[in-house]
Write a protein that binds this ligand. Structure first.
Ligand SMILES: [Zn+2]
Length: 395
């Protein structure tokens, strides 16, 4: 982040210098043009039409203007050169603040086998499917030699079309989708259906008194069935009817007209439909990329330090990083266990083990403590027990 701010400072300098240069250049040229125009006019006035040689007076005027043009152009050229040095300072700031040598971080082995390549391609394809960029998906499937059934694409295509309609304030496709998936949506406690109907209600509300009977009929058929879960909100909608004549804009219900309701509905739809399909809201590729950008500088640093001190072998475990990197909460998807004895995070090779007494330590700690014996003392309670009884815990 600091690197970006450092470069930004120099870039800001370039931008402000450029605008002042532009301004100055413009005013200089305008002055020059008006001076030449005046000269042109003066010359045409002072010389009689048949005079071939200009008068001494015209000569001095001409010389004066020529000198001025030369002065101004050399001054502008100098300013332009100065500006160049400011621009090149940005390049130097980028070189200074960012590391361009990522070679050390590359792990070619990771993508060397066909299975990994296929998985990576599938993750990329899924990302584009979520974005609704189906033409890219098709090209990628062909290029990567993968097979993709229409069935796999269908839910993404459908959801994207609904989203496009929602952004155009067309609720119908979303409502149709809700109709088909109502049961599952209720199970996951979704308020999508209510929110869609509420927007529809507000749309009618905006049309004023002549839509009153439609509004009431709509409330009876669509809102009433939802009253169990959304009583308070439906009461508010009914209350807004009082202002149908005078307009909602100046009423306590003006918040119903907020256009943010429309962007909110898109978010709710994405969240609930992804949940229904058992998918995360963000694509795994996006999450991996974001987490990578946070972790990358720290990893790059440690990698460089390791190669300088010739301890590259420390970072050998495939699934483990040599340092703990604090990612934001949104990147944490499951619980982790750190062994209280070895002070290490549990992994596939060193999983957490639940002792007979209920305390949990890592398998390596248990092996070290028992040291082949059939009796081990729990470091916490300390009940003596058979280490064989300990059970592995899966998160
Ligand atoms: Zn214990």
């Amino acid at each position: 982040m600091n690197s970006i701010l450092n470069v930004e400072k120099d870039t800001d300098k370039v931008i402000s210098k450029f605008s002042s240069l532009l301004e100055h250049c413009d005013s200089c040229l305008t002055d020059l043009i008006s001076e030449i125009e005046t000269l042109q006019f003066d010359l045409s006035q002072s010389n009689a039409p048949n005079d071939v040689l200009p008068t001494t007076n015209s000569f001095s005027m001409l010389n004066h203007v020529i000198k001025k043009v030369q002065d101004v152009s050399s001054q502008l050229a100098k300013e332009h050169r100065d500006f160049h040095s400011t621009v090149s300072r940005v390049g130097k700031a980028i070189d200074k603040n960012f590391n361009s040598d990522y070679g050390a971080m590359e792990n070619r082995l990771l993508w060397s086998d066909d299975e990994s390549k296929t998985i990576l391609n599938r993750v990329i394809i899924e990302h584009f499917m979520r974005k609704g960029m189906l033409d890219i998906v098709d090209s990628l499937v062909t290029d990567a030699g993968l097979e993709m059934l229409e069935e796999e694409k269908k839910p993404f295509t459908e959801l994207n079309q609904i989203l496009i309609s929602l952004r155009k304030r067309d609720l119908k496709p979303a409502l149709d989708w809700v109709e088909i998936n109502r049961e599952k949506l209720i199970q996951q406690n979704s308020s999508l259906e209510f929110k869609l109907h509420r927007l529809q209600f507000i749309e009618y509300l905006c049309k004023g008194v002549e839509k009153q009977s439609e509004l009431i009929a709509f409330a009876r058929t669509k809102l009433q069935p939802l009253v169990d879960r959304h009583a308070k909100e439906i009461q508010a909608l009914m209350g807004s009817l009082l202002y149908l004549k005078t307009g909602l804009e100046n009423s306590p219900y003006a918040y119903l007209l907020d256009i943010l309701n429309w962007s909110e509905i898109c978010d709710v739809f994405i969240r609930d439909s992804c949940c229904l399909m058992g998918m995360s809201v963000d694509s795994p590729l996006n999450i991996a990329f974001e987490a990578g950008t946070v972790a990358f500088p720290a990893l790059l640093n440690i990698r460089q330090m390791m190669s300088q001190r010739r301890v590259a072998s420390v970072w050998t475990a495939k699934d483990e990083l040599p340092i703990v990197i604090d990612l934001d909460k949104k990147f944490q998807f499951h619980s982790i266990f750190a062994c209280p004895i070895l002070r290490q995070q549990a992994s596939d090779v060193n999983p957490p083990m639940r002792l007979d007494c209920g305390h949990v330590i890592s398998r390596d700690a248990l092996t070290k403590m028992s040291n082949g014996s059939t009796k081990v003392k729990c470091p916490y309670c300390p009940v003596e027990q058979n280490p064989q009884i300990a059970k592995q815990i899966f998160f």
